[in-house]
Write a protein that binds this ligand. Structure first.
Ligand code: SF4
Length: 421
């Protein structure tokens, strides 16, 4: 295979801190060769292997096998210190590839690949560990395992729905989005509202016919127009409260993002009924919320409408880093996120931010607090990012059209103002 060129996020650190979180949250499906390798490690012959505990469960859509889980939902290879037994005994390469890669995600970007990270890992959210830029060698080794031997560069995702462009044009637009996010002097909500406006203008511009300096000039011109249209951080009253329909759609989305399905939790009939009933509660938005996660108690919906003190500088910085890693890593569109175009993917990211803020209030309210903290936001990001771009629930036609409807109503922008209070 030819040399692999990797684009790495410049603003992110990460090393594993062995919290064991990923080993409790994810179903790890294995290939046949991984299955044979693990069987060959002879775990079942060990004297301390639990009697009757199998290595695999065949419950994939086409009968694929995944690593078995213990009764508490943790991976069967997770030891009492929170460490992987395969890793400890045979080294990292002996683990399934999915376990080696997490929390990294590789996505095609022109002739090379770009790297993003999953913020469901607490060490990623907290920016702990070695700069990702310094891990180039290890990441290239991982990328070689991820790519098929006969890998050929793929075309880019659509720029806007139904509109294909070259990689050069696509990546210029990605750089523009990243630059619009990287404006620390401008409040995050204002940045995102301008990006929403810019996205709408971009849809109408003759982008596929422009390249190079002309394209960059058009991108800047559109952004200057957005700065004029949305000039003030303070939204008008009409801009600060989503429509009733928008609030209902939002609560339904937020309720889905708040779910925390573990690898042991294959939905039973009772669970399905619970999801259905929760949907009714979210749509109504009255009385008490469901309690879909061990960090989220049943609290009055009305408590989540209130202000929790506005965004602190640290919260703005964390959300900005989250968004920039996802944008730089192309983790918001194409195959990485439900086949969405770049522009639709970015709109969805603004909804994801509003959901994270709403769930931050929920985490705070669950502890009896009326003011949120950075820790509440950290918790909310790990909950939401566990699902976004991975749970099939957000790739359904109804889920994708929900974002479009919120955009058409003007509610994506209002939701940002409303939830960031
Ligand atoms: S969740 Fe992150 S820090 Fe925790 S074990 Fe997994 S990779 Fe390591």
């Amino acid at each position: 295979m030819a040399a692999i060129s990797l684009e790495l996020p410049t603003i992110q650190n990460w090393s594993c801190h062995n919290c064991g979180g990923c080993c409790r949250q994810h179903a790890i499906y294995v290939t046949e060769s991984e299955e044979q390798r693990i069987v060959g490690q002879k775990w079942i012959d060990l004297p301390d292997w639990p009697v009757g505990q199998s290595l695999f469960v065949a419950d994939g859509p086409r009968g694929q096998k995944r690593l078995a889980a213990r009764s508490d939902g943790g991976c069967v290879f997770l030891d009492e210190r929170g460490l992987c037994r395969i890793h400890a005994k045979f080294g990292e390469p002996a683990k399934p590839l999915a376990c080696q890669i997490y929390p990294y995600a590789f996505h095609p970007a022109g002739a090379g690949l770009t790297v993003s990270l999953r913020f469901s890992c607490p060490s990623v959210v907290k920016n702990l560990g070695q700069p990702v830029e310094d891990q180039q060698k290890h990441l290239v080794q991982l990328a070689r395992q991820v790519l098929p031997q006969d890998y050929k560069p793929l075309p880019p995702p659509e720029l806007v729905r139904g509109q294909s462009v070259s990689w050069d044009v696509f990546l210029d637009c990605v750089d523009a989005l990243d630059a619009m996010l990287d404006m620390p002097q401008t409040p995050l909500v204002l940045r995102l509202r301008r990006i929403l406006e810019w996205s709408s203008l971009l849809e109408q511009a003759p982008i596929p016919h422009l390249t190079g300096d002309k394209l960059k000039a058009m991108i800047e011109l559109l952004y200057a127009e957005c700065e004029q249209r949305i000039a003030d951080e303070k939204a008008t009253d009409a801009d600060s409260y989503p429509t009733a329909v928008g609030q209902r759609l939002f609560r339904l989305a937020a309720g889905q993002y708040a779910r925390h399905d573990t690898l042991a939790a294959k939905p039973t009939l009772k669970m399905r009924w619970g999801f259905f009933w929760s949907g009714i509660l979210y749509a109504r938005g009255k009385g008490l919320t469901p309690a879909p996660h061990h960090k989220l108690s049943a609290v009055p919906f009305s408590a989540l409408d209130k202000s929790y003190g506005g965004l602190s500088l640290e919260m703005e910085q964390l959300l900005t880093r989250y968004l920039r890693v996802k944008v730089q890593g192309l983790h918001l569109c194409g195959r990485a996120a439900y086949g969405e175009s770049l522009i639709d993917g970015m709109r969805t990211m603004t909804l994801v931010v509003s959901v994270m803020l709403w769930i931050s209030k929920w985490v705070a309210a669950s502890q009896g607090s009326k003011v949120w903290t950075l820790d509440d936001l950290i918790e909310a990001i790990t909950i939401v990012d566990h699902n976004h771009a991975y749970s099939p629930a957000f790739g359904t036609r109804s889920s994708l059209s929900r974002v479009r409807m919120l955009q058409q109503l003007g509610d994506l922008s209002r939701l940002l103002v409303w939830t960031a209070r």
